[in-house]
Design a protein around this ligand. Structure first.
Ligand code: SF4
Length: 523
């Protein structure tokens, strides 16, 4: 049974589109972002791969997006069905992208995979890098690490009559069943890496994060928060030089005829010149938006600067307000200072402050967590400054154990056991000036199930995609495929299977030792 995923040609009115017809002999490469157009256009991988590949001789690259509501794959460039391509590059940010990818591939007749069939399906991203095994029934190849150093190699290998046999030997590419140890492809010097200064920019739709030039100012993070896959898998921390960033901004803004910059960074104020750069942009009348920030990196001056850059919602990620937990996990900050910053944000003109919170840490008393955030909210509301309606937006997540983090040893079942925490947050907080958004515990459990799974979980991923990515189907499949009987689901891994095949530069002893400390010392 195959899903009836539609395929339509839906080019948009865009600035920066590549007009390359290509020749019949050219390699035809698709770049699929399994998200709606408005979100996909914000994907720097899509922008990078589209411009880089189209700059090469003998290659022509096309973009595809997926509208989940309509269940339709949309071709943004030539009206060419992806099944007629030589290769399809898919970027997957999260584990829950995988069933959608399976659905798209099955619907287009590209699944099940056959050994030498084209298009070759190549999947990459942080989640696939951390654990490629759940993709074993979907992807022919998973890129381990970053795209820039591997794109040329991939293209070279696609020229062979049996590219997979060649790719199997590459140290940054994993094929299935996995063989040998694969290492992370890494850009050592971001200044010398290709960056898409020209970017496609929609004229009719509002993209995610708004209109503007997207720029990745840094990559990696030096903070290694214990729950954070991104921080661990994308290490080490690197940043573009100020002169390179200024060059990208001045050229890029001229091309899109806008005066707004959207910064991508895991750890924005770790970039030594970040504040100076924002000051310069403000003085030049260029607006900007910065990503979510650690509370300990914020000062009143920075809050004001961001407000003057035109941002209306400030996003801060304190995670938890219990120092006995927040410090060991890597998010140590002073709660009193956070309170002052929230008050100052209202004074600086922010309409909203979004707070990313996390619950479900080992030995956390959730009532204490909820009371701590409740107390903070009350103190902000009583500070005597005008607080706009729905000023505080709490986004509450459960701790989801991820590969290559110290929490990788927790079982997925841990997520299920903490479901009640979300209800308590919902019930206890909220009010005229506070909105509380919680995530579905079932989908967070599915995230852990897939993210921490081995090749066996790929069956669930494919079936969920084929039947339809709904909670009902997820629950039915967990029963039918007896997923609960897989040992790791309830007991976790002692020796996580992905570690046998990957070297991401993270010492396993660090993971084990930190996990033991977190489980025993977090009160
Ligand atoms: S600071 Fe943010 S990005 Fe960096 S490790 Fe911590 S949570 Fe992850």
């Amino acid at each position: 049974m195959y899903p009836l995923v539609g395929f339509v040609c839906k080019p948009r009115r865009e600035v920066g589109k590549v007009l390359k017809k290509g020749r019949p002999s050219d390699l035809k490469i698709g770049i699929l972002t399994p998200m709606p157009y408005e979100a996909a256009v914000s994907s720097l991988f899509m922008q990078l791969a589209y411009y880089y590949l189209n700059s090469l001789e003998n290659i022509v690259a096309f973009r595809y997006v997926y509208d989940g509501e309509e269940d339709v794959v949309e071709a943004l460039d030539a009206c060419l069905n992806p099944k007629n391509l030589d290769a399809l590059l898919i970027s997957a940010s999260f584990e829950l992208d995988y069933p959608y990818i399976a659905r798209i591939l099955a619907g287009l007749g590209i699944l099940p995979r056959k050994d030498t069939a084209r298009p070759i399906v190549v999947v990459g991203g942080l989640s696939p890098t951390s654990n490629p095994l759940p993709l074993s029934k979907i992807a022919d190849v998973v890129v381990i690490g970053e795209a820039e150093p591997i794109l040329d190699k991939l293209i070279d290998l696609l020229g062979y009559s049996n590219p997979l046999s060649k790719m199997r030997e590459e140290e940054n590419l994993m094929t299935f069943p996995p063989e040998g140890l694969k290492r992370k492809a890494l850009v050592r010097d971001l200044d010398n890496a290709f960056f898409p200064i020209t970017q496609t920019h929609p004229l009719d739709e509002e993209p995610a994060y708004g209109h503007g030039l997207r720029i990745e100012i840094s990559r990696g993070c030096r903070r290694f928060c214990a729950f954070c896959l991104e921080g661990h898998v994308s290490a080490p921390f690197r940043y573009r030089s100020l002169s390179r960033v200024e060059d990208i901004i001045s050229k890029g803004l001229k091309l899109i005829l806008l005066k707004r910059v959207i910064f991508y960074s895991l750890s924005f104020f770790d970039v030594p010149y970040a504040e100076t750069l924002l000051e310069k942009l403000v003085s030049e009348g260029v607006e900007f938006s910065v990503p979510s920030l650690r509370p300990d990196y914020l000062t009143e001056k920075r809050v004001e600067l961001i407000a003057r850059g035109g941002q209306r919602t400030l996003t801060i990620a304190p995670e938890i307000l219990i120092p006995e937990i927040s410090c060991p996990i890597g998010k140590c900050f002073d709660i009193e200072s956070l309170k002052e910053l929230l008050i100052h944000s209202a004074l600086a003109g922010f309409r909203h402050v979004k707070l990313y919170l996390m619950t479900g840490f080992p030995k956390e008393d959730v009532e204490v967590s909820v009371n701590a955030i409740g107390k903070l909210i009350q103190e902000v509301l009583k500070a005597g400054v005008r607080i706009p309606p729905n000023f505080l937006r709490l986004s509450v997540n459960l701790l989801v154990p991820k590969p290559w983090t110290p929490f990788q040893y927790l079982p997925p079942q841990h997520v299920k056991q903490k479901e009640g925490n979300l209800r308590l947050f919902q019930k206890s907080l909220g009010g005229k000036c506070v909105e509380v958004e919680t995530h579905s515990a079932d989908w967070l459990f599915a995230q852990a199930l897939i993210g921490l799974g081995d090749a066996r979980i790929s069956n669930l991923v494919v079936e969920l995609g084929v039947r339809g990515v709904t909670l009902g189907n997820l629950k039915r499949l967990i029963r039918e495929l007896k997923i609960d009987e897989l040992r790791y689901v309830k007991e976790g891994w002692e020796e996580p299977p992905w570690m046998k095949y990957l070297d991401l530069g993270i010492n396993p002893k660090y993971l084990e030792t930190r996990y033991r400390i977190l489980v025993s010392n977090t009160n």
